[in-house]
Design a protein around this ligand. Sequence first.
Ligand code: GRF
Length: 203
Amino acid sequence: TPIAILISGRGSNMRSLIAACAAPDFPARVALVLSNKDDAAGLDYARECGITADAIPHKAFGKDREAHERAVDARLREAGVEFICLAGYMRLLTPFLTDAWAERMINIHPSLLPLFPGTHTHERVLEAGVRIHGCTVHHVTAGMDEGPIIAQAAVPVFPDADTPDDLAARVLVQEHLLYPAALRKVLEKTENNTNKAASLLVC
Ligand code: GRF
């Protein structure tokens, strides 16, 4: 399946998806990396991998979100994309794009949804005092961080020792494992039961 990865910044999840797609038995190949910022660091990495990587800066469209999305949509179709992975794509999407790509667009979010939607999740996790945190890959719908959950990974929180950066790093390790596994699950419509027996106890 030809996929696009949409990014806004460093693109570490993009890298993990590119690496997974390099395996001959993986059910996706990266047809396009697209950013809403032309200085996103991930664009250079994608180009070094020989992947077409473009920017369509949202600033050029002012406040017209849908006009920006129409340009993004046109570029995706031109590249023959059939499935989209949002990976640190920091744009709120309108129903134009979420409807056009319904059930063909997924996102990774750094919390155990439905807990902690939105930004600054690691800070808010520490403030809330929860002991288990993690990441979620979900289908994208019009509501922010609200689509059906595909897969999750959990990490412990050490409230006396952790800084938000510590937590972000711990979760990111899991993000890089989870996103390719979740993408495979969606494209093959199979359950990935590798961790079926796993449990996490945090005291
Ligand atoms: C990740 O934590 C992801 O969950 C969130 O934004 C961050 C992007 O990081 N949506 P990167 O650009 O993939 O390194």
